[in-house]
Write a protein that binds this ligand. Structure first.
Ligand code: SF4
Length: 456
């Protein structure tokens, strides 16, 4: 492809034609307008849903504006997370340092909003001028008697994945402030759900399933998150990890620190949702009642979902899709869900997939499928046209591309307003892509293109 940057050659792979290991987890190539966000944004999206914490962006106002209300993460109570606080660093602060401004901001905001904890995000300029954010946070924490946790997320210092890592370190610090609380000895096994952000209320759907199975969800990190629940996360018997790219680091750290095992799951698609529920049930073999309840829950949900999905499948069979999402693990679920609906995936990729995940993606993909790592609009648009894609499944940065190319689109990223997780999420997903693919607007666009007097 002519628009491919030379340095990216091994980050693009066509199944059946190429024979190499996809090169992943690299910094974005110069000149490639990557679809990835910065390190700071990676941290912000992970911690944002903690609704009773104050999130203060230490940097110029642009960083805070860029990430303001960045996720459709719902809260069942406080909504402090939806505010975007910033120290608004300016030229003078860059010359003389921003520590005093950070201190004054915290001293003003904490009494005013009474948060249960504070996260202070370092942005690019803070890394450049060298503010001692740790020292300011410690001083304010001692004076105000609450956790003030620095998030070392200077935008330039790596990829979005480094932002996830910084967020996980901040979460670990918060959990450690509560790890002396005795382990839960209740009758029900307790699990945490990591990498689930309650977009459009998805955490509530998932929590409902586990409740029916007789499992208690201790903490969700970070969907509908509360500081006190996260502090008690070390009391759980099992961590399940939904978004592998972001919270697997925390799962590994918690295993190392407290011996809590973790399992990777996905709640996207009916097969993966059923498997996520069975995975947890199998983890408690001493409690056979959990497995019985799980079987009955899955059977009941499938018997409701199958006939409806079958109807959608009639219209969708034969369509071609492109999937470009944040983490590769989610792309696997998309592939299975779309195949189930009769849609073939001809282009797939992610912003932050690992080399191992891309090997798995290669196995799952059909011959001819193009797989891309850390792609850019130029590549994605060219492949979409070349492969005759009908539907693009992506996020906010992929949406304008789909609209400009005149193809159907499904938002499967953090701004979505429709719950796509769980069995009901699969029904919503099928309805969403059906509505988009069968919309009359595409016919109108085709007609307009045909009658365009300037057409070359
Ligand atoms: S942290 Fe840096 S890269 Fe990220 S939004 Fe701020 S200035 Fe931009």
């Amino acid at each position: 492809m002519s628009s491919l940057i030379k340095e990216r050659e091994h980050q693009v792979f066509t199944k059946g034609r190429d024979d190499y290991k996809i090169s992943a987890e690299k910094v974005s190539a110069a000149g490639s307008v990557s679809q990835r966000a910065c390190v700071f944004c990676g941290s912000r999206v992970v911690l944002y849903p903690i609704a009773d914490a104050l999130h203060l962006v230490h940097g110029p106002i642009g960083c805070a504006a860029y990430t303001w209300d960045i996720r459709g993460a719902l809260s069942s109570g406080p909504e402090l997370h939806r505010k975007s606080f910033s120290t608004d660093l300016r030229e003078e602060d860059v010359i003389f340092g921003g520590e005093k401004k950070l201190y004054r901001s915290l001293k003003r905001l904490i009494p005013k909003y009474n948060p249960n904890a504070v996260f202070v995000y370092s942005t690019c300029i803070v890394g450049i001028i060298g503010d001692d954010v740790e020292a300011v946070c410690s001083k304010v924490a001692a004076e105000e008697g609450i956790s003030v946790i620095p998030v070392h997320s200077e935008g330039f210092k790596g990829t979005k994945k480094d932002g996830y890592r910084a967020a996980c370190k901040a979460l670990m610090r918060l959990i450690k402030t509560g790890s002396t609380i005795p382990r839960n000895k209740g009758s029900k096994p307790v699990i945490n759900i990591l990498g689930e952000f309650n977009l459009a209320g998805e955490s509530w759907i998932i929590k409902k399933y586990y409740k029916k199975m007789g499992i208690e969800v201790g903490a969700i990190l970070t969907g509908d998150g509360r500081v006190e629940q996260i502090r008690q996360a070390a009391n759980a018997e099992l961590n399940i990890v939904q978004c592998s790219g972001s919270l697997k680091y925390l799962a590994k750290d918690m295993k190392e620190e407290w011996g809590i095992p973790f399992k990777q799951v996905s709640f996207f698609g009916i097969e993966d949702t059923a498997s996520a529920l069975y995975t947890v049930a199998e983890s408690f073999p001493d409690n056979p009642e959990i497995m019985e309840k799980t079987k009955s829950l899955v059977q009941s949900e499938l018997s409701k979902a199958y006939p409806i999905l079958e109807n959608y499948r009639k219209d969708l069979t034969g369509k071609k899709a492109a999937v470009y999402v944040g983490g590769a693990f989610k792309a696997f679920s998309m592939l299975r869900s779309l195949k189930f609906l009769g849609v073939s995936v001809v282009l797939m990729g992610s912003q932050t997939g690992s080399a191992e995940e891309y090997e798995e993606m290669k196995e799952m993909a059909d011959p001819g499928t193009v797989i891309v790592d850390d792609s850019n609009p130029s590549e994605l648009s060219a492949f979409i046209q070349q492969l005759g894609v009908d539907l693009f499944v992506g996020g906010v940065k992929e949406r304008p591309m789909a609209f400009k190319l005149g193809i159907a689109f499904c938002d499967h990223n953090h701004e979505r307003k429709i719950a796509l997780a769980g069995f009901e999420g699969m029904l919503n997903f099928a309805k969403e892509i059906h509505n988009s693919l069968t919309s009359r607007v595409w016919q109108t666009i085709d007609e307009a293109r045909e009658s365009d007097p300037w057409k070359i």
